[in-house]
Design a protein around this ligand. Structure first.
Ligand SMILES: [Zn+2]
Length: 352
């Protein structure tokens, strides 16, 4: 017999909202800084990593990006990040947000992507974890820079690089999705998938979800929590059937929203929005994929049926081909049967 927390850790997982830079363990961050002769604001890990607001967090994001200079650096972060997530939460498939713009001073676009692909491919060969890559628009740069990023993707197509997303905040600290209409239109014209970070924290507008759906034509949404605060937006999101890649622990860190039955993510789940769980920025938020399920689902009061639904929703929302999805679903369902048989039913009686 296994406990419900163990069951949640052992569930097979497909993670859709994971920034590659933030998979870097602190020991690696220090080692890369030494190797590439990059000065850090502090050598103390706690001082480096602790942040309780989006601005501090983004400063760390920039620092972490700055210590990676070569293809091999990126390949190592990619490979180690898969290994860590398999150990922490039975990762079976993942989509990575990477940022080619942030490394353009050191690496050409093809070299940057091929380094990451090499690391992820090695991890796939060793651990069977499939992947796709999503290039993120750095929202602190201009809309023109975003269009140029998409052009670069079109000039150097890679089968593994399937779409665009976002990171950072806009220059004025917001998330205004309407800024990126041209980049998203160009991506759509060339068959690239689209997702956007919207409606994440209290200063963000619930209506950003509608703007992302209507004006960016997104296939998926990252965060989207504030939709819950506007009944019309929530109804629109539900009717669209759009997948939302949620990150429970980051909401606790950045917004003080501890997982509970009235958490906005719990509301999205109860309203029937297809939701998956991700770490967002695992190391920086001191979380891991297992913890997202354990703390998130137990805190929100959901039992094994919802847990399995979220585990499978990660496959539904993924941007890999249908044959890969079918294989993943079969693997997940088999693992669900095994885990259900092992679960101590006394502890799972709190099902909502
Ligand atoms: Zn994110």
């Amino acid at each position: 017999m296994i406990s419900y927390p163990d069951y949640l850790r052992l569930l097979p997982k497909a993670e859709l909202h994971c920034h590659l830079i933030a998979m870097m363990r602190p020991d690696m961050l220090l080692a890369f800084a030494d190797r590439n002769d990059v000065a850090l604001p502090s050598r103390d890990i706690d001082a480096l990593i602790d942040s309780d607001n989006l601005q501090d967090f983004l400063a760390l994001f920039v620092t972490a990006n700055d210590v990676l200079r070569t293809q091999d650096d990126f390949a190592e972060v990619a490979y180690e990040g898969v290994k860590d997530a398999v150990r922490a939460g039975n990762l079976r498939y993942r989509e990575y947000y990477v940022n080619s713009q942030n490394s353009s001073a050191y690496l050409s676009y093809p070299d940057f992507m091929d380094g990451i692909i090499a690391g992820l491919r090695r991890a796939e060969d060793e651990f069977g974890v499939g992947f796709r890559i999503v290039n993120a628009i750095n929202r602190s740069l201009s809309p023109e820079a975003a269009v140029e990023m998409v052009r670069e993707m079109i000039r150097h197509p890679r089968a593994e690089v399937v779409g665009i997303g976002q990171d950072h905040l806009t220059a004025d600290g917001g998330e205004d999705p309407a800024l990126w209409v041209d980049a998203y239109r160009l991506a759509a014209e060339h068959g690239l998938k689209r997702t956007a970070h919207v409606a994440e924290t209290m200063p963000a507008e619930p209506d950003s979800v509608r703007v992302a759906l209507d004006h960016l034509g997104v296939d998926r949404i990252d965060h989207g929590y504030r939709a819950v605060d506007d009944p019309d937006v929530l109804a629109y999101l539900v009717a669209s059937g759009t997948h939302v890649a949620c990150t429970p622990i980051s909401t606790q860190v950045l917004s003080g929203w501890a997982p509970s039955p009235d958490h906005r993510i719990a509301t999205l789940i109860r309203e029937g929005v297809p939701v998956s769980f991700s770490t967002d920025d695992a190391v920086f938020f001191r979380t891991d994929l297992g913890r997202e399920y354990v703390d998130g689902l137990i805190g929100m009061g959901f039992g094994p049926e919802v847990a399995k639904q979220i585990s499978l929703a990660g496959i539904d929302g993924a941007w890999c081909d249908e044959a890969t999805k079918a294989r993943l679903r079969a693997d997940f369902r088999a693992q669900h049967l095994v885990l259900d048989a092992l679960l101590d039913t006394e502890v799972s009686s709190g099902e909502h």
